[in-house]
Design a binder for this molecule. Structure first.
Ligand SMILES: *[C@@H]1O[C@H](CO)[C@@H](O)[C@H](O)[C@H]1NC(C)=O
Ligand SMILES: *[C@@H]1O[C@H](CO)[C@@H](O)[C@H](O)[C@H]1NC(C)=O
Length: 276
């Protein structure tokens, strides 16, 4: 009963949509379903059967609605898929753009660093060249000094290069000037070993002036080469003995020291002013 009512209802709609505009002059049957069973009769129903079947099909479909929904869902998913694709594309473009910028910035910084590095390398090269030049200069200077020291008659005695004047006798100021002209000073005595080495080179019975004096302050013996107190003194017994005020210059005589007059002439010992 419900089913028949439903069929008639759909038929009415179908006929209103399809048939109400239909006219009698086309010769086609017009069914105004105000009272379908009476109005249409058997013929009407027979003619309407295909339509009714179709409506029934539609009704079957509408019962579940799954197909349409499925289609809509598919469409929706398709659209969503497109949206996602677009979004992905935008994201990937954004990423690649960011990466490009990063790369450009990194490249720029990289180039700058490379530039600095090459400058640094260049400077290091120049520095090493300067160092090489300095080493060469130092070596040739050392050679010049060495040659000068040797040519002046300095020789290694103990820890240093000394010149012992055995021929010429001079007073303190003159001997000191001579040593300076040779590129040195009247010799100081660093320690016992140096003193013993020097003494072994001296002639017996001769006095040799060295660079030690207490002319500035009586009793305070200074090495002239350093301006500091003499690090080593070996006095003869009772020395220093002052017989007169000029006795302020130290000489070595027979393996020990005494103070003598600075105006008195003696042999003398010079030390090389350059230390190699
Ligand atoms: C020694 O000194 C004298 C005079 O001061 C000088 O004529 C002579 O050439 C010197 N000898 C040596 C070997 O230096
Ligand atoms: C030292 O000797 C030089 C040259 O022989 C001389 O001119 C000078 O007056 C002397 N000095 C002293 C303090 O004797």
């Amino acid at each position: 009963m419900f089913r028949l009512k439903a069929l008639l209802y759909y038929a009415t709609i179908a006929i209103v949509i399809n048939g109400s505009s239909g006219s009698e002059d086309t010769g086609r049957f017009v069914c105004r379903l105000e009272d379908p069973p009476n109005q249409c009769g058997e013929f009407c129903l027979t003619a309407l059967m295909p339509l009714i079947d179709h409506i029934a099909k539609v009704q079957e479909q509408s019962k579940t609605c799954n197909l349409d929904n499925g289609l809509s869902k598919t469409k929706l998913e398709e659209i969503e898929g497109h949206q996602k694709d677009i979004q992905t594309q935008i994201e990937s473009q954004k990423t690649s753009l960011t990466e490009s910028w990063k790369k450009i910035i990194a490249d720029d910084i990289g180039n700058r660093i490379n530039g600095l590095e090459s400058k640094q390398l260049k400077m290091e090269g120049q520095l090493s060249a300067i160092q090489d030049s300095l080493t060469t200069i130092k070596k040739s200077l050392e050679n010049v000094i060495w040659e000068k020291i040797i040519s002046q008659g300095f020789k290694r005695i103990g820890s240093r290069y000394l010149y012992i004047e055995n021929n010429d006798s001079r007073n303190w100021s003159s001997a000191s000037r001579t040593c300076k002209q040779m590129g040195g000073n009247l010799a100081s005595i660093l320690n016992r070993e140096d003193f013993d080495a020097i003494v072994s080179q001296l002639n017996d019975g001769e006095s040799y002036l060295v660079g030690i004096t207490d002319v500035a302050e009586k009793g305070v013996f200074i090495s002239v080469s350093s301006g500091k107190e003499a690090p080593f003194l070996k006095w003869k017994p009772g020395e220093p003995i002052y017989y007169h005020d000029d006795q302020r210059c130290v000489t070595i005589h027979d393996g020990a020291m005494w103070v003598d007059g600075c105006s008195s002439s003696h042999k003398f010992i010079c030390e090389a002013g350059y230390i190699i």
